[in-house]
Design a binder for this molecule. Structure first.
Ligand SMILES: [Zn+2]
Length: 432
């Protein structure tokens, strides 16, 4: 039995409280949580405020190599996408293992203990098959294991270059060619599933996927850009959300990613079916997507989680704050989400969207994932623990425990070391 004593910790119902002892069993799960005013002998002391582990619900690991390389000349979402295709064409299972290991290590030091990898670079450039058809997905699994974080591989179906549009040459490696071939490759193990978008998956195929996924997490990009809505309405007479609804794709196992440009009827369709939504605020700002109706979705019934998507920023605390700041800018009102709701989006709602509804909470039975945040840094000194989510950054995360084990401390990864050096080497190799 390992014990962690937290100077302050974020616990169910009460939020930030003082003096909490967390006992961890040999399987890496929390055995007990109790109030304990001073550290008992032998406990691992975690100063500051300890949150449950953060879930990064939406990741494309390779996009990290685009950070700081897409801003020349301004550009648009669509010119950014062209740069992403260039990068995707350079990936193979070996270099993707090195890149993803570095990216997941960056997440680990930022407090992420579980990631949802929306994975669509399945096949060799041009569209053949690797000898091991899941070689790219296996590289991602190995990378997450090396970084010490849990991975939900959201194996993504990608069939078309747009509605009624064939795949472009650079998109061919994303496609299995049919739902049957995708399911045969992707659904043999414990993977979650994803529909890339209503652009890349035709109407009939969406319904076929729904019949196959059988309770696995199902994620889908929805209405990130107005152009997607316009194309969908022109082709089907339905918004993307309505198209998904009529295909049976909405429900509590489904997560709609972005959900930026929605009608009132779309919000009602998502909320009334308890479909989850994942916002990626730093990406949505970086790509000029817009600000989605987060509060309205939660009020309608949709659980809300967060993702770093293209990794222009990897900082879960910054995502939570950007969510609230977006709401404030959009509505002219402060306090659109309570601190407890923001922490829930970072933790319990996120893990649930990744198929682990028991995770992301400091309670007996949950995986022992702890994120300790300094309260004495230049950013956080003087903050009330209950409100530090409005001020802290990933730089204030000093210790990260995943499944009961310390995986990162003081910005260094426990086994992989200096994350900046890892990232620099992996990214330089790709662009060389
Ligand atoms: Zn995405």
């Amino acid at each position: 039995m390992t014990t962690y004593w937290c100077e302050h910790a974020w616990v169910p119902a009460d939020g930030a409280v003082d003096g909490v002892l967390v006992e961890v069993d040999d399987g890496g799960r929390i055995a007990s949580v109790s109030r304990w005013p001073v550290p008992p002998a032998g406990a691992h002391v975690l100063r500051g405020l300890v949150f449950p582990g953060f879930a990064n619900v939406h990741s494309h690991a390779f996009h990290r190599a685009l950070r700081g390389r897409t801003h020349g000349g301004g550009g648009t979402f669509w010119t950014w996408r062209q740069g992403m295709y260039d990068l995707a064409s350079r990936l193979d299972p070996d270099n993707y293992l090195r890149l993803a290991t570095a990216v997941y290590a960056e997440m680990a030091v930022a407090g992420v203990t579980a990631v949802g990898e929306f994975h669509y670079v399945h096949h060799p450039p041009g569209g053949g098959r690797y000898a091991e058809p899941n070689a790219m997905g296996e590289a991602l699994r190995e990378a997450a294991t090396a970084a010490g974080i849990r991975l939900t591989l959201l194996d993504t179906l990608y069939l078309a270059g747009g509605i009624d549009t064939p795949l472009s040459p650079e998109q061919r490696r994303f496609s299995d060619g049919s739902v049957e071939a995708w399911a045969e490759r992707a659904l043999g193990g414990d993977s979650g599933a994803a529909i890339h978008s209503v652009r890349a998956v035709p109407r009939a195929a969406i319904a076929e996927v729904v019949s196959l996924v059988d309770g696995r997490p199902l994620h889908v990009h929805v209405s990130e850009q107005p152009a997607e809505n316009e194309a969908c309405v022109a082709a089907y007479g339905l918004t993307p959300v309505r198209l998904l609804a009529e295909s049976g794709a909405l429900g509590p196992h489904t997560t709609a990613v972005h959900a930026t440009h929605l009608s009132a009827a779309d919000i009602e369709a998502l909320g009334s079916t308890r479909t989850a939504v994942c916002f990626c605020p730093t990406t949505e700002a970086d790509l000029a997507d817009g600000i989605g109706p987060a509060r309205e979705l939660v009020d309608a019934g949709s659980p809300l989680s967060l993702g770093s998507d293209q990794h222009a920023v990897v900082d879960p605390l910054a995502e939570a704050r950007a969510l609230e700041h977006g709401e404030r800018s959009r509505t002219g009102q402060r306090g659109r989400f309570t601190p407890d709701e923001l922490v829930g989006a970072l933790t319990s709602a996120g893990h649930a969207a990744l198929g682990s509804p028991d995770a992301g909470v400091l309670a007996a039975g949950a995986p022992a994932d702890l994120v300790a945040v300094r309260l004495d840094s230049p950013r956080t000194a003087g903050c009330l623990p209950a409100q530090v989510v409005y001020a802290a950054t990933a730089s204030d995360v000093h210790t990260v425990v995943s499944n009961g084990r310390v995986i990162a401390a003081d910005g260094q990864h426990g086994t992989l070391g200096d994350v900046g050096a890892l990232l620099g080497a992996a990214i330089e190799e790709l662009w060389a």
